[in-house]
Design a protein around this ligand. Sequence first.
Ligand SMILES: Cc1cc2nc3c(=O)[nH]c(=O)nc-3n(C[C@H](O)[C@H](O)[C@H](O)COP(=O)(O)OP(=O)(O)OC[C@H]3O[C@@H](n4cnc5c(N)ncnc54)[C@H](O)[C@@H]3O)c2cc1C
Length: 347
Amino acid sequence: MLFERAKLMQLLYHSLPNRKKHVLPGKKVVAVEQDDYGVEVACTDGSKYSGDILVGCDGAHSIARRLGMPGAPTAQPFESKFRCLFGVAKLVDGLEPCSLIETHDKDVMFQLLTSETQAFFLVYEAKGPEEADYKRYTQADCEALARKYGAHAIGRGGRAIFSHLWETRDRADLFDLGEGIADKWHGGRVVLLGDAVHKVSVLAKRCFLNPTGKGGIVADNSALKMTSNHAFGANCALEDAASLTNGLRALIQRNGSPSALHYGDVFGQYQKERQGRAKLCMLFTGNYTRFATWQNWFYKFACLYLAPAIGDQFVADWCFSLIPKHGVKLDFVPEGQSKVGKVMYSM
Ligand SMILES: Cc1cc2nc3c(=O)[nH]c(=O)nc-3n(C[C@H](O)[C@H](O)[C@H](O)COP(=O)(O)OP(=O)(O)OC[C@H]3O[C@@H](n4cnc5c(N)ncnc54)[C@H](O)[C@@H]3O)c2cc1C
């Protein structure tokens, strides 16, 4: 399913009971303090909130990770070897609707997700060895990158080039992509989840040889109604949330007023359950990005000759599906009439 993150957040927000009480927009946490009895956060507007535990799901620059956990390293646990130009444009001639289309080349990969009328584009570029780890980019940087690759083919047959898409864009932004896993996921009454503890850089996809022979391979999933392609970042965060919720719920059922020690045990179990899978996702997607941008001769060879020979369907069914099929689920919510497909859950 392809949808915008804002839509998912809207759906979750409007499904939440008592949302006005639980969600306080416009707050910025600037300090975290914990002791044997609880944890307290302070915000820029002077307000303070206290509780038994703090779940830091505050992204890659997490303040909960930097300030909330005793003995936590202050350095960023992620490195950034790729940047990504992300945007939304009109569907232009030469691109198939409702498809996932990729074009691979040395140091750059174009990834397009198309609907009947729009194309979401992601241009991944390998950063030079001398470039600073994390950087903020301006609109001028976006323009410069778009100009650099303006004449590059981006679809089957080479009819569409990147500038066609760029000229019809609604919006675009340039980010550094982080990769890495934090060693410490919890400390005392503070626990972290999502991008605060792991960054995975790229979406997974299927591949075909570019028939033009130029600019590497093109991937396209228009032949299938449903694929096991998987995007990992937010999905990893959702699995973290499920795993932690399962643990906390079981704890509260056993013990109505848990101590910091009890919480620590649950947080430890949660890290144990999730860290391995998060690492797998990171390696999987990180290696895919390097493969698709031909970071060494073997990746280039594999990308141009092995992957097309093995076949797109095989890769989707036997490689990408390995990850979602073991996904963590809430263990107390009955599933009802869920759809049944070729790839079964196997927890
Ligand atoms: C271009 C791009 C495309 C992507 N595509 C996909 C995809 O297709 N599928 C997928 O699964 N993942 C995708 N991801 C990854 C995904 O967006 C992230 O992994 C996911 O958003 C992580 O969720 P999170 O809740 O951990 O962190 P975030 O989404 O970063 O949320 C953190 C929240 O904490 C808030 N916050 C931060 N600091 C403070 C503070 N001091 N006080 C109060 N609030 C604070 C922020 O405002 C934000 O709301 C993509 C990422 C990028 C950059």
